[in-house]
Write a protein of this length. Structure first.
Length: 732
């Protein structure tokens, strides 16, 4: 039979006292049957064996009440937060569902518990907590900021209760988390009192020798320190009273943790720390006169004691991001000792002591800096009345443009929203990214295109046969991954180029042909390549046949020369379009079978043999031949119809013409080489010029070729359109 959980006499007495105090604090926010329901739930949990002491031997019911009291008394939260704390052990243990909570206690309590449960599951991933990323992940994961406040309060209570535990190693771990995670969170949220307690207790458990050394020194100097504070304060009180200001003054000793940090920073002993204490002057003032009265007080004090201008801190004009408002100065007091003076109003002091959480109301915010922006404007949402009761609903969506992802070891990385598994792989290491085939996210296998989500635990799957591809650049989101992919592609191209060159040299050797670099350079150009690297890449990819290269090499090195004797009159520059007809050339019949008339082919439409054409008589008397579909034809017919003459081709000569084709397509690897290889394989086509412009994954280019008639032009266009990735080919 399972032994029933039992309270000690002391625990039972403390439980009753805490229930009384909590009820006094939040009683007017509780519903009629709340206490009864919670009591029954706790009794049933104990009866069913669901309640057990934790690893430190602490009573979870009592711990919940202690945490609830901190939340209600020191932070100022109400009913929903307190109930969520008391129900949380049952929800985390799986004995009480979120839906049951919603039915019994309402949506607000359910939302808080859902956030606590998410963070409980987050901790199961063994996160490395010593990082800003994990703090940000907690804030974004919590859904409701009351979840973070409850976690801070729970850690403060735990640190208080584990003072005498025998589990020193586990206590050290709890203290580390308090120092690295919860104290900074408390500071960020303006909970200075709880932050100081967390820091001091962490130092006590992690570095007990330093803690007790400073504590003993402070106790030893307390009497003289108190006497000095009295001497320092007395004249200030007199002057402020004369000015008819309402105020009270506190003397505050620096925290043990703060003194220890100063000793380490200044590399000195306890005696080297001069500003061990600060004087706080708290004014009674209406909101509209706060700044004026604070500066008036500053003026009075600096008239009495010499200020250090380098130590003036004005958080009145521009409050801290967490809502902190105060005026700090350091003055030279009696006996030439420096004393820090803090000047603030009662409202400011309440925020400084208890944190802005005491005033929170529901106010949704978004964005990376949403928390700081909201906290810096905290004054705009303060309301008159009992501020302890104004906060019971607060939701926020922080860091919506970022995701935080775990490695299997618990390391945490931040990525922009939309980042993929491939981004994660390249963030870990270039070789991991280059060989990435997918990932296992939360024990689910996904592709490397999968988008990351906050809280994911990602394990990369790799394969030695995997290689980076150009389309990966469209998958990744981070510039880091893009640059690594580009570098890998470049390295791959170099390796493949060396492999292709070796293979080509071996083929040449097998055919007993000696390769000459100068001839090979001509071959590369003849095959339509501007870059040698592209030439070798096409060989490596199998796009360009090695035998074709060798045949072209032989033809280039040993051309078949046929010499034709002709007069200088018949000579014309190679690759220039024929402007005048000559014997054997294409012949144009102009008007009524008139031949031998001087004409030129218009450059606006570049007509070639086979095009439907017409003639236009120019001012000089010559004739320009235009295509009938020339873009200028309609205007010429409209304005100068009387100068239009008929024209048509007659016969077929040896003339060749420059034709420009506009090609549009996807910017895929090797597409340009595929286009130029089609032209180079046709011995009757000559590539004169190529101009390519790539943008946003598309390329637009102009190819200028020399050919002899429209039929060959149409054949070429059809071939180019068959190339994979080509979207359009048109004559310019």
């Amino acid at each position: 039979m399972m032994k029933k959980f039992e309270f000690t006499y002391e625990e039972l007495a403390e439980t009753r006292e805490l229930l009384r105090k909590i009820t006094e604090l939040i009683g007017d926010t509780l519903k009629d049957d709340d206490i009864h329901k919670i009591y029954n739930h706790i009794v049933e949990s104990i009866d069913h064996g669901e309640v057990e002491r934790d690893v430190f031997g602490l009573n979870p019911v009592l711990s919940g009440l202690q945490t609830a009291y901190i939340v209600a008394d020191e932070i100022g939260l109400g009913r929903d937060a307190v109930i969520a704390i008391l129900l949380n052990p049952s929800v985390e243990g799986g004995f009480y569902s979120i839906d049951d909570v919603r039915a019994d206690f309402g949506d607000s309590v359910a939302v808080i518990l859902h956030g606590l449960l998410r963070i409980h599951n987050l901790y199961k991933k063994n996160p490395v907590i010593e990082s800003e990323n994990f703090r940000n992940l907690l804030l974004s994961f919590a859904e409701d900021m009351r979840v973070i406040l409850i976690m801070i309060a729970a850690r403060v209570n735990e640190m208080r209760q584990i003072r005498d535990t025998a589990q020193a190693e586990l206590r050290h771990k709890v203290a580390e988390e308090a120092a690295y995670l919860y104290a900074p969170l408390a500071h960020k949220l303006g909970l200075y009192k709880l932050k100081q307690e967390l820091e001091d207790l962490s130092l006590k458990y992690m570095e007990p020798e330093a803690y007790y050394m400073i504590k003993e020194r402070l106790n030893a100097t307390k009497q003289s320190r108190d006497a000095y504070i009295t001497r320092f304060i007395k004249p200030i009180e007199e002057r402020l009273t004369e000015a008819e200001l309402k105020f009270h003054i506190k003397g505050r000793t620096k925290s043990i943790h703060s003194i220890w940090q100063k000793m380490k920073k200044q590399k000195c002993g306890f005696e080297g720390i001069y500003d061990l204490f600060a004087i706080r002057i708290i004014l009674e003032s209406p909101v509209e006169r706060e700044k004026m009265l604070c500066w008036q007080t500053y003026s009075i004090i600096t008239d009495m004691y010499q200020p250090n201008p380098k130590r003036l801190r004005d958080w009145l004009s521009v409050p801290k991001s967490n809502g902190y408002e105060s005026l700090h100065t350091t003055v030279l007091g009696p006996e030439h000792k420096w004393v820090e003076v803090q000047i603030r109003t009662e409202r400011m002091d309440e925020i400084a002591e208890r944190g802005v959480a005491a005033h929170w109301r529901y106010k949704g915010i978004k964005g990376e800096t949403g928390l700081d922006e909201w906290l810096s404007n905290i004054r705009s949402i303060l309301e008159a009345g009992d501020d302890l009761q104004v906060m019971d609903q607060f939701k926020m969506d922080l860091y919506e443009d970022e995701v935080f992802v775990f490695t299997p070891r618990g390391d945490l990385y931040k990525f922009p929203k939309g980042a993929t598994v491939l981004d994660f792989a390249y963030h870990i290491h270039s070789n991991i990214g280059n060989r990435c085939t997918g990932a296992r996210i939360n024990d689910r296998v996904v592709t490397f295109r999968e988008e990351l989500k906050s809280g994911d635990q990602v394990e990369i799957i790799t394969s030695n046969s995997q290689k980076p591809k150009r389309d990966w650049l469209n998958i990744v989101k981070t510039s880091r991954a893009k640059s690594k992919i580009r570098l890998a592609l470049k390295e791959t191209q170099i390796k493949e180029g060396l492999f292709a060159k070796e293979m080509l040299e071996r083929k040449f050797k097998n055919r007993k042909i000696e390769m000459e670099e100068s001839v090979m350079a001509h071959v590369v150009k003849k095959l339509g390549f501007k870059e040698v690297s592209d030439f070798y890449k096409q060989i490596a990819d199998g796009v360009l046949d090695v035998n074709t290269v060798i045949d072209t090499y032989v033809e280039t090195k040993n051309p078949t020369v046929s010499v034709e004797v002709r007069s200088a009159e018949a000579f014309k520059l190679e690759n220039q379009p024929s402007l005048l007809p000559r014997e054997g050339d294409d012949v144009l019949v102009i008007d009524r079978n008139l031949k031998g008339i001087d004409y030129q082919l218009a450059r606006c439409c570049n007509p070639i043999y086979g095009d439907n054409v017409f003639g236009f008589v120019t001012i000089s008397g010559g004739i320009k031949i235009h295509r009938c579909d020339c873009p200028n034809a309609p205007e010429l017919r409209k304005r100068f119809g009387y100068r239009i003459v008929k024209a048509k081709w007659s016969g077929k000569g040896s003339s060749t013409y420059d034709i420009t084709l506009r090609v549009i397509g996807n910017d895929d690897i090797g597409i340009v080489n595929n286009l130029t290889s089609i032209i180079s394989k046709d011995e009757k086509l000559v590539l004169r010029n190529i101009n390519i412009d790539s943008h946003d994954g598309l390329f637009r280019g102009n190819l200028t070729v020399m050919l002899d008639d429209t039929s060959r032009l149409e054949t070429l266009i059809k071939k180019l359109r068959t190339v994979k990735g080509v979207k359009a080919v048109e004559r310019v």
